[in-house]
Design a protein around this ligand. Structure first.
Ligand code: GLP
Length: 237
């Protein structure tokens, strides 16, 4: 596990975009796993600003809410179109979205992931309760893409994206084992609200109550922290 403890949030964002840009510059046809959330918004803004060359890349979304029309403004599909695909004029055929309308959605997504080969770089955020994707506490290390129930804590944290509307109770998420199949993982955590989860992550291993701890067994896991997210740890580096 490699930890990049940045001196500012801007530096943390740049560290992540540099990893992605270096990857696509050396391997233009890389397969990249994309995460959503507020944390990733400045990452995508910077990739757009730097005109990242993703023309030959292929993308997989990490997760999606169940039960929303695909053009719902709060769907992750719409999020990634707004933040990355449309500004960079990428083609929708370059990205796989979790097939939330299919009955065998999990199995189908796993199949197309295998067909595409391994994800080269999987981008990840972290929930305040240590979830990754939508693998909530209690998820197993062996889990694959499946429909999951969202915890009340996660629903509360994401409610603001839905305004007065009702926040979904279920999502389709890549599983932990699916995520661990990627060649490399890059997690970004920014802000004080992530400090407890980061402290827990660094002090525990393979702990189902904090699914992010499973990532520490990956040989190429990079954790990028801004000063607030790192404020409860002492790395002495
Ligand atoms: C969301 C997503 C995750 C994301 C996390 C943190 O619900 N499913 O992929 O990493 O929660 O989101 P944020 O960056 O908004 O704090």
């Amino acid at each position: 596990m490699r930890i990049i403890q940045s001196e500012s949030t801007a530096d943390a964002i740049s560290a992540v975009t540099t990893i992605l840009m270096d990857k696509v510059n050396s391997h233009p046809s890389s397969v990249i796993g994309l995460a959503t959330g507020r944390t990733m918004e400045p990452v995508y803004a910077q990739l757009v600003q730097k005109e990242a060359n993703f023309q030959k890349s292929f993308f997989f979304m990490l997760d999606e809410y169940m039960g929303l029309p695909s053009n719902h403004p709060s769907s992750f599909k719409q999020y990634i179109k707004d933040h990355l695909l449309n500004p960079l004029k990428l083609n929708e055929s370059q990205i796989a979205f979790p097939p939330v309308d299919k009955t065998d959605a999990g199995e189908y997504y796993e199949k197309i992931l295998v067909e595409a080969g391994r994800v080269d770089v999987q981008l990840l955020g972290i929930g305040q309760n240590g979830h990754i994707g939508f693998n909530e506490p209690g998820s197993t290390k062996e889990s694959r893409t499946r429909i999951v129930q969202l915890t009340e804590e996660t629903r509360k944290a994401n409610q603001s994206h839905f305004g007065e509307g009702e926040m979904p109770r279920e999502a389709l998420s890549m599983g932990i084992s699916t995520i661990l199949s990627a060649k490399s993982l890059v997690m970004l955590a920014t802000g004080k609200s992530k400090a407890d989860a980061i402290k827990y992550l660094l002090n525990h291993h393979d702990d189902p109550s904090c699914p992010a701890t499973y990532l520490k067994s990956h040989p190429h896991f990079t954790l990028v922290l801004d000063p607030d997210a790192a404020s409860k740890i002492n790395l002495n580096i």
